[in-house]
Design a protein around this ligand. Structure first.
Ligand SMILES: Cc1ncc(COP(=O)(O)O)c(C=O)c1O
Length: 400
């Protein structure tokens, strides 16, 4: 089966291992890896037709490669998207989207709670005449009020990094539709295994495939998903000329990651819930942020919108002032012996991070304060180890 529409009626699990496969005449079973920078033509006339787009076919791997296409088709099928454009990283997916959608003099509205580098990228665009306003993710009237005549894009993550706040996608997409603004959702934390934002009113979905899509901390990758018109007519030309393309090798690794995405997410979410419940009982912990807990402010919304709470748990340590809170957070992190101290998330190996001094360091204290990222906050990305071992390691950290 090679026609993407022939997968529409199949289960998510089936599409995750089958969609996008186009077998070569050799009859290989696994997805072929096309490590080639360019493709040869039968004649000069054919080369001209391929370059102009009059004849379909592969030309040059900066913008067309069969392994990358297989990854794009599979992810599009899983996100219920018409089309997908793979990129070298999550950040290059966001960069290409802004370059394609927004021009000088225009405006972006973003939630305050986004990944640090995303906010820095939006701020960088200020230099080119694109301004960004930040609003609290959960305040629908603030989204509405921030829209100006020149607003072209609304941007959010749900759940957000690192506080796991949940955006009401149907309410925010209604605001976007009313103002004729494109709503872009970073679906990195949930992945299509837990939620499909395009079905809930978003126009564009962004991925850092580096995270759960790879799932084993091996390669960088990203993706943009949306209508065929947006992807092929607006964003593909940006990719073609600017070049932040996904390599064929990384696409192959990510195809393999998609095959196990659902079962990894199910298991990692179940463990995350167990760890979050355990953390709530620890006296050194002031607050746990996890959408699967009844104490999460948008727990009911999360239950409606996602099939599970995700695998990211953030927790705040006690501490009367910033200095004490940071010292407590670092002591817990340093006291863990199994969890990896690293900025990545989405790996089968659990990771532990202090957002204020790492992933969100460069946005500065004022932006951190606005986003609610305190010095006592620790972010845990729960992997596939036994949940009881993760709790035991955290207990070691908490008693350090
Ligand atoms: C929510 C989110 N979006 C985007 C990115 C950027 O992705 P990449 O590191 O693949 O460029 C990250 C990275 O941590 C992230 O957490």
């Amino acid at each position: 089966m090679t026609d993407p529409s022939s997968f529409d009626d199949l289960d998510f699990a089936t599409r995750a291992v089958r969609a996008g496969i186009e077998r070569t005449p050799f009859g290989e079973h696994a997805e072929p890896l096309f490590l080639t920078s360019s493709f040869v033509f039968e004649s000069a006339a054919q080369a001209a037709a391929r370059f102009s787009g009059d004849e379909p076919g592969f030309v040059y791997s900066r913008f067309s490669n069969p392994t990358v296409k297989a990854f794009q088709d599979r992810l599009a099928s899983l996100e219920d998207a018409e089309a997908c454009l793979a990129t070298a990283s999550g950040m290059s997916a966001i960069l290409a989207t802004v370059l394609g959608l927004v021009k000088q003099g225009e405006h972006i509205v973003s939630s305050t709670g986004v990944f640090g580098a995303t906010a820095q990228l939006f701020n960088l665009f200020g230099k080119y005449g694109v301004q960004t306003s930040y609003v609290p993710l959960t305040d629908i009237s603030a989204w509405d009020a921030a829209i100006k005549p020149e607003t072209r894009m609304m941007y959010l993550e749900t759940p957000s990094n690192p506080l796991t706040e949940i955006a009401d996608l149907s309410a925010i997409s209604e605001v976007a539709r009313r103002h004729g603004v494109t709503l872009v959702v970073d679906n990195c934390f949930s992945t299509p295994a837990l939620q499909r934002p395009l079905q809930q009113g978003a126009d564009v979905v962004i991925h850092s495939a580096t995270k759960y899509i790879d799932g084993q901390g091996r390669v960088l990758g990203g993706a943009i998903l949306g209508s065929e018109q947006l992807i092929n007519d607006t964003l593909l030309p940006v990719m073609r000329t600017t070049g932040p393309s996904l390599s064929a090798f990384n696409a192959w690794v990510l195809l393999k990651g998609l095959e196990t995405l659902q079962i990894r997410m199910e298991r990692q979410c179940a463990s995350a819930l167990e760890v979050a419940r355990w953390l709530e009982e620890q006296p050194q912990v002031r607050r746990v942020h996890y959408p699967g807990l009844a104490s999460h402010p948008q727990h009911a919304l999360a239950k409606r919108q996602q099939s599970a709470g995700g695998a990211i748990v953030a927790f705040e340590l006690q501490g009367d002032d910033d200095e004490t809170a940071r010292a407590n957070a670092w002591r817990v992190i340093d006291g863990c012996k199994v969890l990896s101290i690293t900025g990545n998330l989405g790996d089968v190996k659990s990771t532990i991070t202090h957002p204020a001094s790492t992933t969100h360091q460069r946005i500065g204290p004022a932006a951190r304060k606005a986003a609610g990222i305190g010095e006592g906050l620790v972010r845990l990305a729960v992997g596939l180890e036994g949940a009881s071992d993760i709790c035991a390691d955290l207990a070691r950290g908490l008693s350090a």
